[in-house]
Design a binder for this molecule. Structure first.
Ligand SMILES: Cc1cc2nc3c(=O)[nH]c(=O)nc-3n(C[C@H](O)[C@H](O)[C@H](O)COP(=O)(O)O)c2cc1C
Length: 212
């Protein structure tokens, strides 16, 4: 049996002292994201998106955060995928960021809406050609017989892009999660971690410190 019980380390990368906690959670997020962009070596914008279907069965996957503004968090993908269907049936979700070098975790929860087509299109057209061809070629989540069938679809999509550079896959979309709960977690020595939670009230954000 393989045991991971000895995989321990001390968490000594920062502190959330009461006197410098921001009033606004999106300012807090910006501050941490900017630090993660400088210090985390891989995919600092990657986060785990969790959704649930109409029977409350959960599912999670990594997506890349592409934009944030005023408590809105934008990500992109395929409307016909599992996440797309679940978000349609049950438009609530959570995003989870884990930044191991900084020993930080951020949880964000809220309602999700599809972005306007123009926004989804605008972002799609900024993607490199290979990424656009891959999205055009892929019916995300549907079974395919072989890798070579997938590569054939990709080559057809590349040709199509050469002839029509502005083509968008018909199920391409983006979503915005409108945050109503945040939790910022900073790992600290002796497992006495800091946890700061924000919940959206009627007119302001209510901030609490939680026990680790
Ligand atoms: C680092 C990383 C980044 C990813 N970024 C995205 C993304 O931005 N959008 C997306 O739809 N899938 C992205 N994926 C793939 C998803 O994790 C997932 O496989 C895909 O969206 C299908 O999920 P679903 O079947 O639950 O809808 C990423 C995966 C990884 C590991």
């Amino acid at each position: 049996m393989l045991t991971l019980g000895d995989e321990r380390r001390e968490y000594l990368a920062g502190a959330l002292d009461d006197h410098y906690l921001p009033e606004q959670p999106d300012e807090f997020f910006k501050y941490w994201m900017e630090e993660a962009l400088k210090k985390e070596p891989y995919d600092p914008t990657a986060c785990v998106l969790s959704t649930a279907n109409e029977n409350s069965v959960p599912s999670s996957r990594v997506v890349l955060l592409k934009h944030y503004q005023q408590n809105e968090y934008w990500f992109f993908g395929n409307r016909e995928s599992r996440k797309g269907k679940e978000l349609q049936a049950n438009p609530v979700a959570s995003l989870l960021f884990y930044w191991p070098k900084l020993i930080r975790q951020v949880r964000i929860e809220g309602r999700v809406e599809e972005l306007d087509f123009e926004k989804a299109k605008e972002y799609f057209l900024t993607r490199p050609e290979e990424a656009r061809a891959a999205s055009l070629a892929s019916d995300q989540g549907k079974e395919i017989e072989s890798r070579s069938d997938l590569e054939k679809k990709y080559n057809i999509a590349l040709k199509e892009l050469h002839n029509h550079p502005n083509v968008i896959p018909k199920s391409w979309t983006g979503w915005k999660l409108k945050a109503n709960v945040y939790e910022f977690w900073q790992g600290r020595e002796a497992r006495l971690h800091d946890r700061i939670m924000y919940r959206k009230g009627e007119s302001n954000w209510i901030r609490k410190r939680l026990q680790p």
